[in-house]
Every structure is written in C-alpha cells, then in structure tokens.
Design a protein around this ligand. Structure first.
Ligand SMILES: Cc1cc2nc3c(=O)[nH]c(=O)nc-3n(C[C@H](O)[C@H](O)[C@H](O)COP(=O)(O)OP(=O)(O)OC[C@H]3O[C@@H](n4cnc5c(N)ncnc54)[C@H](O)[C@@H]3O)c2cc1C
Ligand code: SF4
Length: 807
C-alpha cells in the first residue's frame, strides 16, 4: 500500500512527541517529513534552565538525535522555515525555496517569547529565554558582563535568574506585580519563595513597570515608569509567550489566540492539524508539556484512524526547577468564597502546604518547602476525588517527612494508578509492569521504556525509589546511567567498576583506556576521576593535584579579591591561650585584614596573599583545617558534661576524637559534623552531615543534615551505648558514603536519593561495618598534612608557587 505523506512543521517537543506516538501506533503508514527552524535535532527545551544553571550540557538535552530520524525513515530539514501553506493544493513552501506536498499536515510551531515594546528594545544585550541560542548568549555574556536584569518574576524568569546567578552575575528580577509567580502561587507561598531566592542572592524589584531600555548600542540599564532605574548589561525578558500562529493565519487557517482546534486537534481545514503551544483548544492555550503530550496522543490515534477518546483539556501543574527550592502548584491556588482550605504552615521548617477543596472535591494545591505529596494530590485533583472528614485530617500528613518513614515507604504506599511522571502521564503501575516485563533495573531503562522522567526530570528520585522498592538490591539506582559528564557515556558506577576491574591508576589512563571524547577531560570529570581513583586505590594512586579545583590545589580558600583564607585545625573547636597568641602574631606579621570566628567554631584568617601562604602555615605550625575541600571539615561541639549542668555526655572529647580519627579524608562532598552533650543540641547536630547527640546511657547518631542552601534536618541512623561504637558507626558511615555517593553529592542529597533505610540496612551488619572501617583505615593511612608537605618539600612548594590559578 502506498504510504500517505505526512508533514510536520516544527521540530519541537510537542510535534516530535506526537510523531513518536504515530510511529508506535503505525510505523509504516506514513512517509514523514519534518521541518524545523532551529538548526538542532529535537531537544528538551525544559532543560535549558538546567543548561544555564550549569547542571547539564547542551549535548545532554537532545531527545532524539540525528540517527533517530534516519532509523525511522524521516526526512528532516533543519534551519529551514515553512513560510506558507497552500491548503487547497496541499503544498507547503519554505524559505529555502522548497515545495513539499502532503496528505496530512501537523502544525507544531510552538510559541514566540513576548518582548515588551519598550524604547531601546533592539539594543545589544536584550534577549529572551526560549532556545539554545538564548542560552548560549547568556553564558557568553556572563564571561564579560556582571549585571543582569530579568524582567518577569514567573517560572521562566526565576529559572533564568537562578541560572545567571550560577554564572556569577549579579541578578535583579523586575516584576510588575507585588507577588512573584502570581499565576501559580498564593501570596504566602510567593513571599516564602521570594525570601528563599533572596537568600540565594537574587534581588527583587517588585511593582515596577519597565519604561525604557538605556544605553547606546549595548544596554546599560533599565528605567522604570516611576523614574527610578536599574543598571544592567544584560536584560532577559521573560514576560510571557504568544502562540506562533502567523503561518497558519496567513494560510487561511482559523486562528484566535492560537490555531483553533477541536477535541481531536483538527483545524477548520481538512487534513491540517495543530498540536502544542501553537494550538488553542476550547479557548485555552497551554504552555507546559504535560497537556501537549496528552494532545499528541489523541492526535496520533486520530491521524492513524484509530478510535480516540476526545481531548477534553488538562489540569495544569507546575514545579519550579531551581535546586533546593521545592515549589509545586496544581489546579486552583487562590482561596475563593466557595472553596475551603486545609493548610499547614511550619515556619521553623519553612514548609507551607495548602489544599483547596470545593464541595468535598480537591480542586487545587500549593506546596512550598516539601513537595513530596505532589503526585498524590495531583492525582486527587485530576480524578476529582472527594475527600472524607478523615482524609481531610490526613491529606497533608506526609508519610516521608517528619514521621521519619523513608522515601521507599512513601513510594510503596502509592496506589498502582497514581501518576509518577506528571509531564508524561506515567503511572506507578505502568512502571512496575515495565520493570517486570522488560527486566529493567535503572532509571535510564525506565525512561527509555516508559517515558517517565524524560521531560523535566523531577520524578527521577521517585522512579529510583520505585525501582528499589520492586527490586531491592538488584536496582541500579545509584547507577542511573547518567554519564558523569559529556566527555564519556559512562555513569559514576560504571566508571568506578572500570577503574576497579582494569586496575586504572591515573586520570590520564582512565581517559585513554575508557575512550574519553575529550583527551584532556573537562572541569567536571577530572576532579571526579581523581576522587574515585583515590577512593578505590588509596595506596596505589598518587593524588593528582592538577586535577583538583583551585581551592584544593592551593589548600586555602580563594576569595573574591584573589587573596586566600586560612583556617587552621582546632580539634572539636577547642583552643588554648598559646595557640591564640600564635594566631594573633601571624595575623599581625602578615597584616591579615580580617580574623573571624567561623560557623564551625574555628578561626579564619581572611585576606592572605598567595605568596605568603607557605610562610603563614610555617609560622602557625598547625594542621590544615581543610576548610576549602571536599573533605572532613569541622566537628563542632557544645560544652558537654564536663562543664554544662545539663550535659549527659562528654561532647568535647567525643568531637576531638572523631576529628582526629578522620581528619584529611577526602569525601565526595564536604562533611560537617557536630557533637552535642544532650538533646538540647547546642552544637546544632541535626543540621550536620553527621550529628552525634548524647543521651542517658549512650549516643544517638544522625545523618544527612544540611544547614546550607538546601537545608535538611538530619535523620536518626542508630542509637549506641559506648564511645567506641560511635567511632565504629561514624567510620562505617563515612566509608559507605565515600564508596557510594556521586562526586559532589552532599550526604543530604545522597540520602534523599537512596533512602535512609537502605543505608541502615547496609550498616546494620557488624561484619560490613568492620570491613568498611578497615577500608577507611587504609585510606587514612596514606594521608599527611598538606601544609607541612608544602613547607617541607621543595619540589611541591615550587609546584605550588608556579601553579596557575584557574577557578
Ligand atoms: C527555559 C524553559 C523552561 C521550561 N520549563 C518547563 C517546565 O518545567 N515544565 C513544562 O511543562 N514546560 C516547560 N517549558 C515549556 C515547554 O518547553 C514548552 O511547553 C514546549 O517546549 C512546547 O512545545 P512545542 O513543540 O509546542 O513548541 P517548541 O518546543 O517551541 O517547538 C516549536 C518548534 O517549531 C519551530 N518552528 C516554528 N515555526 C516554524 C516554521 N514556520 N517552520 C519550521 N519550524 C518552525 C520552532 O523554531 C521550534 O523549534 C519551558 C520552556 C522554556 C523555554
Ligand atoms: S547540648 Fe546539652 S550538654 Fe551541650 S551545652 Fe547544650 S545543654 Fe549543655
């Protein structure tokens, strides 16, 4: 049978996704041609925010590479714009002079960013945030310019702002309303979000109407209607999008706000369909992928002439993709006269949750600070679930947060039809079935087979937990088959396995033997490989300082003016008059501009010149406090039982013992510890990677706390009776973390990924703990104090003095 000729205009997320559905249903029905204005294969536009924030590379976000088109017999024209359609003759025309006939035509032309028509809009340095090109422009601009202004405090604007902040720019967000993300959040959640982002370094200028872009050829600032102005050498406009429907309109297809379609995505012209952000369905134009993918499924069935249920519209839900900021909004979010709300606002934990109910039906929700309930609540909204009085009480009692139950318990308690991947509409049942049917054991496998986690990626931890729930130890959840960087296809676990099996002992050897695409590697993989080599072969591998980040190469923390900070070790935060005198003399001798007590109870000499570092260390004659490294940092202690009238245990001695036992040890990310003498917790043990708390007759050991940007309360690992047991468990935990976490992954993120219970299970066996302690002892055995090494060894000192400072 002769194939029908199907043309797709727009090589973006919605159009190509619909094409994938068509290929699944009827791979041989159509002869397919795709036109895309951008010069790239189909990529994940959502993850542009991650590219900008430095969490992904452009190569990582390709959804279908060039081979995919070839393998599916698709003719692809990129960098080519369709300029008109002759619907009578069924021909389309492009800006390259091509004429292509069709039997069926899908328009998936997406949206165009809306640019405010301000005087000066055409100046250099004024851009939108929509495609790879915009992303590249911002990354390039950040190398030369410092001050960015983002106009628009919506989801896109905030993600752009966070990305620019990561690129070391000063960032202000200008918003016309008094609340950011006012289309998804109520005022309480909006203010909480603003305050969190302000803590991260973003400045907000609210209720400001932009009036003029200042500058000659390049932008120098933004003037507001109230006469005030803000300096800027980059302006990113994120004030909204408009459906890209001009092509359709000029070709006689009905367009209102977008291309008007019915419930089967058919336009008013026979054999012409529209899908994605360019389409207007029942008066609504969607700007998030979940509804667009639902539309694509309906259209695929329709075009393949299969029975299709009509598309009746979608419930919108949003998650902000800024790491450490958990925000979720779905359905209705503002209280109205006919809705009632179930609300939780824990100001200590920074958690705010609101579920809106109308006539016993859940109609919307806003979650801030803890979004683990989001899938469950979204499902209730989607299915118009009614809730009983009992459920009303329980609806916000998150299984996985304060109750101490693990993430695995949470996913285990989900029902089979609950949706795990909101973007792609993949349920728990579908994933479990695929795991059994196709023998899947990794997130990547689940992604390929079911589409779960393929878009915004927010559900990856949930998929990983589900895998672990179903397969236990067989699940490769830490091996998510995510390459460690773009120089290789190897994931962290594969890399470590290769190092072990092939007995590789240098960074260069790893890259050579394992076919790195970049012979010199990159700043992401070089330090990671060096860490893994040290971890696997502590006695064989000679640490490669040139592979380390600048702070670790210099053994001091570089400051914004190019000077360094020096923090000598003070075990357990205890010092002496003699030590204090010595520090004071050094500070005076080298004219150290600032001496400061740190949050970890140490003294920090700030502003030391690079050339003075070795002499400062020599005169101090104290060990390095490693305040600069991915390593054991400080053990903070409280006064404890020797002096404090509440103390039940000697926290100072315990802190000193722990610090002395594990100092200098490299870890995947920095490790902060604390020991408190009683549950009053004066040393803040519950926000440390490892927190030890004295109790009557023993100790509690907490893990996975974090007091930084991504604040997390530590969870109880175990209770023990003796000091020796504390040392044994701390040693075992540290080594387990060293051997299993990704390089750069803090204990809090690692624990969230793999679950507290899996760590408890791994460490409960005495023999395992013994072996872990044996291995950590081997790693500790080869370490020496780096400051002393530099002072004593001429060759290292020379190396140190000559080292180029590349941050
Ligand atoms: C930075 C960013 C972050 C986002 N984050 C999220 C998120 O977290 N969650 C979410 O759900 N959504 C998010 N989105 C929105 C999501 O990316 C879009 O909803 C989705 O990409 C729309 O798909 P589409 O195919 O309709 O349009 P597009 O992906 O824009 O594709 C349309 C394509 O058609 C091409 N085209 C247009 N006209 C022509 C023509 N005449 N000839 C040839 N080609 C043409 C365009 O160049 C474009 O490549 C985000 C968007 C951005 C920019
Ligand atoms: S934690 Fe307990 S022992 Fe330590 S200082 Fe506070 S009250 Fe005293």
């Amino acid at each position: 049978m002769k194939k029908r000729k199907l043309c797709l205009v727009g090589n973006g997320m919605a159009g190509v996704r619909c094409m994938e559905e068509i290929l699944k249903l009827a791979p041989d029905l159509f002869d397919i041609t795709i036109f895309g204005r951008e010069p790239h294969p189909n990529y994940n536009r959502i993850l542009l925010s991650s590219v900008l924030a430095g969490d992904a590379d452009i190569r990582d976000i390709v959804l279908n590479d060039w081979n995919w088109y070839e393998q599916n017999g698709i003719t692809l024209y990129t960098g080519e714009t369709v300029t008109s359609i002759d619907a009578e003759q069924r021909n389309i025309y492009t800006d390259c002079g091509r004429v292509e006939s069709y039997d069926d035509l899908i328009l998936a032309t997406g949206s165009l960013p809306f640019m405010l028509p301000l005087p000066g809009i055409d100046k250099e340095g004024v851009i939108a945030f929509r495609d790879i090109n915009d992303c590249k422009t911002m990354m390039e601009a950040s190398k030369t310019y410092k001050k960015a202004v983002v106009i628009g405090g919506g989801l896109l604007g905030l993600e752009a702002a966070r990305g620019l902040l990561n690129l070391s720019m000063d960032v202000s967000v200008v918003h016309i309303f008094d609340n950011i993300m006012e289309r998804q959040l109520d005022p309480v959640a909006s203010k909480l979000l603003q305050s969190e982002l302000e803590k991260q370094g973003i400045r907000f200028l609210l209720e400001k109407q932009s009036a003029e872009i200042l500058g000659d050829t390049r932008v120098t600032g933004l003037r507001f209607a109230d006469g005030t102005a803000e300096e800027a050498d980059l302006i990113v406009m994120a004030v909204g999008i408009r459906p890209n429907a001009a092509l359709a309109q000029e070709s006689g297809i009905e367009v209102k706000r977008g291309i008007v379609v019915n419930d089967y995505m058919e336009t008013n012209i026979d054999h012409v369909y529209a899908v994605g952000e360019c389409a207007e369905h029942r008066g609504t134009v969607y700007g998030l992928v979940a509804p667009l993918f639902e539309q694509g499924k309906v259209l695929a069935k329709r075009i393949c002439q299969m029975d299709a249920a009509p598309y009746e519209g979608s419930t919108l839900h949003t998650k902000l993709k800024i790491s450490g900021v958990n925000v979720f909004s779905a359905g209705e979010f503002m209280d109205t006269s006919d809705t009632r709300a179930i609300r939780v606002h824990d100001e200590w934990e920074g958690v705010y949750k609101k579920v809106l109910v109308r006539d016993d039906q859940v109609v919307g929700a806003v979650l801030f600070g803890d979004t683990k309930d989001s899938t469950r609540i979204l499902e209730m909204i989607r299915t118009n679930a009614t809730i009983s009085e009992l459920q009303r009480v329980a609806i916000l009692q998150n299984l996985s947060s304060s109750s101490g139950a693990s993430e695995l318990d949470y996913v285990a308690a989900m029902s089979s039809d609950e949706i795990i991947c909101g973007c792609n509409g993949v349920s728990k049942g579908t994933i479990v079935e695929a795991i059994y049917e196709h023998g899947l054991n990794s997130v990547e496998g689940v992604k390929k087979c079911t589409g779960a986690s393929r878009s915004c990626g927010g559900c990856k931890p949930l998929v990983a937990n589900l895998l672990q729930c179903v397969l236990g130890d067989q699940a490769q959840t830490s091996n998510q088959k995510e390459p460690i960087c773009t120089c290789t296809t190897l994931s962290r676990d594969e890399l470590v396995r290769e190092i072990q099996e092939k007995c590789l002992t240098s960074v260069r050897e790893v890259m050579h033997v394992l076919d790195w695409t970049e012979p010199e590697g990159c700043s992401k993989c070089r330090p990671a490989i060096n860490y893994y080599l040290n971890m696997v072969f502590p006695e064989l591998h000679e640490d490669e300082r040139e592979s380390r980040f600048v702070n670790e190469r210099m053994h001091a923390n570089i400051q914004k003016d190019g000077t360094y900070s020096v923090v000598p070790r003070m075990y357990g935060g205890v010092t002496s008059p003699a030590e204090l005198k010595k520090i004071a003399e050094v500070a005076e001798k080298y004219q150290v501009p600032l001496v400061k007590v740190t949050g970890g109870q140490r003294l920090d000499l700030l502003g030391v010149k690079k050339e003075d570092l070795p002499n400062v260390w020599r005169d101090l004659d104290m060990p390095s406090g490693y305040a600069y490294g991915k390593a054991i940092r400080t053990v903070k202690t409280c006064v404890g039982s020797d002096f404090c009238r509440f103390g039940t245990q000697n926290s100072i001695q315990m802190g000193i013992d722990i610090e002395k036992a594990f100092e200098r040890l490299d870890t995947p990310a920095k490790i902060k510890m604390a020991v408190s003498g009683c549950p009053r917790n004066c040393a803040e043990s519950l926000i440390k990677d490892i927190g030890v708390v004295g109790i009557d007759g023993g100790w509690e050991i907490y893990i996975g706390g974090n007091g930084g940007v991504h604040a997390k309360v530590a969870q109880l690992l175990c209770k023990v009776k003796t000091n020796e047991e504390v040392m044994e468990w701390v040693g075992a935990f540290l080594q387990y973390y060293r051997e299993n976490a990704n390089y750069g992954e803090r204990t809090s993120a690692w624990m969230e990924r793999i679950g507290l219970s899996s760590i408890q299970r791994a460490l409960e066996n005495t023999e395992t703990r013994r072996e872990l302690n044996y291995r950590i002892a081997a790693a500790l055995g080869v370490l020496s104090d780096p400051w002393q090494d530099i002072i004593q060894k001429e060759n290292i000192r020379q190396l140190f003095e000559n080292v180029a400072v590349n941050v």
